[in-house]
Design a protein around this ligand. Structure first.
Ligand SMILES: [Zn+2]
Length: 322
């Protein structure tokens, strides 16, 4: 059931990205091991309801008799309000069975969404402390749940792509570089049935069709470039799927080469602006090195196809009116 909130120490969200979960940031900072004044926060999962439940009761309150399965210790949190800690509030939605946890005393949007308060679970920090780690929050919004992956993409590659997609959207939605309309279009693209395929085109890291529903990924080129570059590339291609295009990049020896950050006819377009959301830059150091490569094919510009594939097929047979 959609609507589950999930919390974990793994920055990659364990299997959350594969399950249609959307990143919602960091709830607070918690201990990864027992510390003075703390207690384990236990994690439970209800496979039928699709709900993650967290509590400090070793017996799990009513979880075992309600069909929840024990999943271990999520982290360690204070049982009382230690200096600099804030309460972690627990909410429950009887409508969809979801348990939700947050540090906002007003419960963010929970009360307006049918959640009822269930008190304080424990206490955690809003800023990092020694021996603490971020507790990451995820929400099963169903985003990306229509994505497909060709069978020659390995399970590990698929999980990496999914996780990097969730990071791209999480960064994108909080980013000032995109307009409200561009963000709305991007979100819509994340809900499309985007097919992921393997590309062996040595000149590209990835490619997509404007307004299309398919992303080709050259795993050999892209994955060694690292997490930021993968998310930068994915959000760029997703902007193409959302309907945004850009002209061909003008590289040296062109008299007016396009330069990252110039906000010009290439770097000023939505797909390139979206890249800024990931790590504040367009085309990271690895790509800049490639741009200095002697051969054009080594520079890996985005080979954007301007027209929807269907339209190209359609117009191929058409004769121009005289
Ligand atoms: Zn492009």
């Amino acid at each position: 059931m959609a609507g589950d909130h999930f919390y974990c120490l793994d920055p990659a969200g364990e299997l959350a990205p594969a399950g249609g979960y959307e990143r919602e940031g960091v709830t607070g900072f918690v201990f990864t091991a027992p510390a003075p004044g703390t207690t384990p926060l236990y994690r439970w999962w209800h496979p039928m309801v699709g709900d993650h439940f967290y509590c400090t009761d070793p017996a799990g309150e009513l979880a075992p008799v309600s069909g929840y399965v024990f999943e271990g210790i999520a982290c360690h949190i204070h049982t009382g309000q230690a200096p600099n800690t804030v309460p972690l509030f627990r909410w429950y939605n009887p409508g969809n069975g979801d348990h939700f946890y947050c540090t906002d005393p007003a419960g963010e949007l929970a009360p307006a969404s049918g959640y009822v308060s269930e008190g304080i679970t424990g206490y955690l920090y809003l800023v990092p402390q020694p021996q603490t780690s971020p507790l990451h929050r995820w929400f099963q919004s169903g985003l990306m749940s229509n994505f497909t992956y060709d069978s020659d993409i390995t399970a590990a590659q698929r999980l990496r792509l999914q996780e990097r997609h969730t990071w791209a959207w999480f960064q994108g939605k909080a980013c000032g570089a995109l307009t409200a309309q561009q963000l709305a279009d991007l979100r819509q693209a994340y809900q499309k049935a985007i097919r992921h395929s393997v590309s062996t085109d040595a000149t590209a890291n990835a490619s997509a069709t404007v307004n299309g529903s398919r992303i080709w990924v050259n795993f050999t080129n892209l994955f060694p470039l690292g997490g930021d570059e993968i998310s930068q590339t994915l959000i760029h291609e997703m902007m193409h799927c959302a309907g945004y295009s850009h002209p061909a990049r003008r590289d040296p020896p062109s008299p007016n080469p396009d330069t990252p950050g110039d906000n010009g006819p290439y770097y000023g377009t939505a797909p390139l602006q979206a890249e800024l959301c990931i790590a504040g830059q367009q085309s990271d150091a690895a790509t800049l090195r490639l741009m200095l490569a002697p051969h054009a094919w080594q520079r890996r510009a985005c080979p954007v196809v301007e027209l929807p594939r269907d339209l190209r097929e359609f117009t191929k047979g058409m004769r121009r009116p005289k």
